[in-house]
Structures are given as C-alpha cells and as structure tokens.
Design a protein around this ligand. Structure first.
Ligand code: EPZ
Length: 428
C-alpha cells in the first residue's frame, strides 16, 4: 500500500497535458459490446477505472489489444455471456453501463450492482424505469439487476431527475431498439456528447446529445470504428485549481475551453487570471483569492466533481463562501480532512459555509473518494509543512500519472510505501 507525501509551498510553473476523459472512456468501452467488430479507441486515459473496465470485457471474452499506452483495440465478437458477477462490478460505478450495453446486444443482462465513490445514496431507479419503458422487465435480486426483453422498442422517456448514468444507460439500450426513443430532461455533460459521437461513428442514429432532448432512431446493427476520446474536463479543472491554489502560473494543455466555462468563470470570480487558447488555458495567481458562492449543478452548471477542489481554494480565500452541493446528498465528508489542515468550515446538509483562513498547515489525511483525494493534494500543495495522504488508490482511479505531472510543475510530491504495521493512522 502507498501514501503520498507532499512538502507544501512550491508555486507550480510550466505546462501540463490533460489525458482522455475518464467518464467518457468508462461509457464508451462497454458500448463496444454493441458492435461485434473491432473498435479502435484513442486518447484513452491510463487510469485504474479504465483498466478495470477493459479487464471486465476481456473476462467476458472480448479480444483486447493495447496498441500503446493510450490506444486500445477491442473486438467483442467472441463475447458470449450477458452475465457480469459481483467480483467484476464492485470496483467501479461505471460497471452499470454493462446493463444497457448487454441489453442492447442480447435483450438480456444480468449484472451485479456497482461499486464506486460513496457520497450518499446512489439509486438506479431512473436506469430501471428507462429499461422498462423500452420494453424490458428489470428487477433487482441477489444484488444483481436482471433485465430481460423479447425485444426493445423505442419510447418517449422523461427523466424525473437529470442523471448522467441513466441517460447513458438508456442510450446504450436504445440504439438498436425498434423505432424512436426520445430522452427528455437528458444529462448534457461533455461525456454524454462523446458517447453519442462514438455510437454514431459505429453507425447509430443519435441526435441532440448535449441538449435536454436526445432522439435515438434504432438501427439493425452497428459496426466497428476508430474514435478518439475527448480531454477530461475534471482533470483539467483539477490542475487549474492546483495551479491557482499554489500561486503559480501554469498552461493546462489539450483541453476544450468550452467544457471548462463554469470552472473558469468561478475561478475568475475568485481573482484568478485565466487566459483561453484554442486547446489550452493559462492559469495565473498571486495566491490571494476572493470569496465566492458556489452551487454545483448538472452541466452546464458548475460540476459537482469539481466541488471538493474548489472548496480548498475557498478555504484560503479572503472572506466567507457558501458552497451548495446540488447533485449529491452527502459530498462534504472530505471537509473533516480539510479541517485537520486548519480550514474553518461549517456543514449543514448540502450547504458548507467556508470561512477563509490565511493558510493551511500540513497534516496526515486520507482520500475519502476520488475527487476528495484530488482536493487533499491541492490542499497539501498550498499548505505550509508536510501533508501525508493515505487511501490514494481512489486517486489512481481517475488521474493519470498525477505525481509525475505535478512534479514536472515543480511540486514536491512523492509516493511512499506504507509498512503494514503502521497502516491506518487515526485520521478522525
Ligand atoms: C456520474 O455519476 C459520474 N460518474 C460522477 O462522477 C458524477 O459525480 C455524476 O455523474 C454527476 O455528474 C461517472 O460518470 C462514472 P447521476 P452517476 O446519475 O451517473 C440521482 C467522478 O468523480 N439519481 O448523474 O452515478 C443521484 O442520486 C464521479 O468521476 C437517482 O436519483 O450520477 C444523484 O443525486 C463521482 N436515480 C443525481 O441523480 C438514479 O437512477 C445525479 O446522479 C440515478 C441517479
């Protein structure tokens, strides 16, 4: 087991290259089940959630060939089962996309409920209702979702709540259904658009992705394709906040600035200097920040996956900020760790009131989940003294080569082996 050790206080300078989007890749990889052909995926991020999803497909019988660190070829022709057991699905949330993809391929799917970050209840009622409206019978039994249909028929589907996962799962099940599916109140995240573009590259007919209404005309069959994954909006935002929190000057490369609009706007409101280029943003800060209020919303609102990172910046801003978590019912657990570093925060349900302090101080902390772990790194970079972060396996799930990328920017950060006998300090 390893932990991170960060000697805080170094300003970050230089350039960082953003990898492919995790939340696009973990949807597109299972989507290859819909075409019994070779799909070549480029700009795939080298992270454990992706390798885990690829491993599941190869365990199901798919042929997988790594062309290089960021390019894989997947041929699911030899997959011959619609069943995915617990040991495969519990490592990552996105394993539930296998339900929509297998339903789309076999009209059957029997998939164990997923794992993933724990920040409150993560129901699947919207997924199940979508499958049922397409004509499947979907029940949860033995902690598995068992979905069966004679065939799938296109249907109007109004989403009671905006859900990334349910929108994606319904798209996967609907692309080969008979007739027209209309998803209303659909999620609009960049990875939804990326999946739609991938499905269309395979010969599907998906229109309106990125708007509230997605229309899908079912097709008979899909074919292989070559497709390049979009850059990761959240990884980019994380490095933008890290650069600002350290008082540095960093060019974040290989981004789509339009995907970063809400993050850029909020950081400018806090007094950070941001310059946009075609496929890069430059982030410059003197390390002093103004307070601001923040409410996380579905895209194009401020992304919930950037809430912990931004809260760290606000914890050292001048004044009091109010952060309202509009997507998840319990996504402030990491603040206990930030308080150990001197942050002054009060939490009441989905609202956190953050009173800025002059500086954070290093401490032993842990990563409660993927984005909480990223926030602890940012806090350690900005703090004075030494910060040690345990449970970094969460961070490995979604950030490619983050220690190397940060060291190249001048951060004093390294991984350290934890001896078995002193694992698990009492981090409160
Ligand atoms: C995806 O999770 C992302 N994960 C999450 O990112 C992200 O936080 C979330 O979307 C919101 O953007 C992946 O893409 C793998 P939702 P997902 O369905 O699909 C409620 C990260 O850090 N809901 O959009 O699970 C749900 O409780 C991860 O990369 C229902 O009520 O999120 C939540 O309140 C963490 N019923 C809201 O909708 C359902 O059937 C949004 O959830 C489904 C969801």
């Amino acid at each position: 087991m390893e932990k991170l050790v960060i000697h805080g206080g170094n300003r970050l300078f230089g350039e960082v290259e953003i990898s492919g989007a995790k939340n696009a890749a973990v949807a597109i990889i299972p989507a290859t089940l819909l075409a019994q052909d070779v799909c070549r995926l480029e700009n795939i991020p080298n992270i454990s959630d992706v390798s885990c999803m690829v491993k599941i497909l190869s365990q199901m019988g798919a042929e997988v060939k790594y062309i290089n660190k960021h390019t894989i070829e997947i041929n699911t022709k030899s997959v011959n089962s619609y069943i995915v057991p617990h040991e495969m699905t519990r490592q990552l949330r996105a394993s539930y996309y296998l339900i929509g993809a297998l339903l789309g391929r076999y009209n059957r799917a029997k998939v164990a409920l997923p794992g993933g970050c724990n920040f409150g209840v993560r129901p699947m009622d919207l997924h199940i209702r979508g499958f049922e409206l397409l004509g499947a019978n979907a029940v949860v039994e033995n902690a598995m979702i068992n979905a069966t249909a004679d065939h799938l028929t296109g249907s109007p589907i109004y989403m009671d709540k905006v859900s990334v996962g349910a929108t994606i799962n319904i798209m996967l099940a609907a692309v080969k259904a008979r007739g027209l599916t209309i998803i209303e109140n659909a999620a609009k995240e960049p990875h939804i658009v990326d999946l739609a573009n991938f499905l269309n590259a395979m010969g599907a007919d998906v229109r309106g992705a990125g708007t509230d209404v997605i229309k899908i005309h079912g097709v008979q069959s899909l074919h292989g394709c070559t497709y390049s994954i979009i850059p990761d909006q959240i990884e980019a935002g994380t490095y933008m906040v890290a650069a600002a929190a350290s008082g540095g000057d960093v060019i974040v490369k290989n981004v789509i600035p339009k995907h970063l609009e809400s993050i850029t706007a909020k950081m400018i409101e806090c007094g950070v200097e941001i310059t946009e280029y075609d496929d890069a943003v430059r982030v410059k800060s003197n390390g002093e920040f103004k307070r601001c209020n923040l409410k996380t919303m579905p895209h194009p609102g401020f992304p919930t996956d950037m809430q912990p990172q931004m809260a760290v910046l606000l914890s050292i801003a001048k004044g009091t900020s109010v952060v309202s978590e509009g997507v998840w019912d319990n996504r402030f657990k990491y603040l206990d760790q930030l308080i150990r570093m001197g942050a002054n925060v009060q939490v009441d349900g989905t609202i956190a009131v953050i009173q800025g302090v002059p500086e954070l101080t290093g401490a032993p902390v842990r990563a409660d989940d993927l984005r909480a772990g990223a926030a602890m790194i940012i806090a350690g970079l900005a703090a004075s003294g030494i910060t040690e972060i345990e449970d970094i396996i969460y961070i490995d799930r979604g950030y490619e080569d983050y220690v190397e990328k940060l060291r190249n920017l001048g951060a004093d950060i390294y991984r350290k082996e934890i001896k078995e006998n002193n694992v698990g300090f009492n981090a409160g």
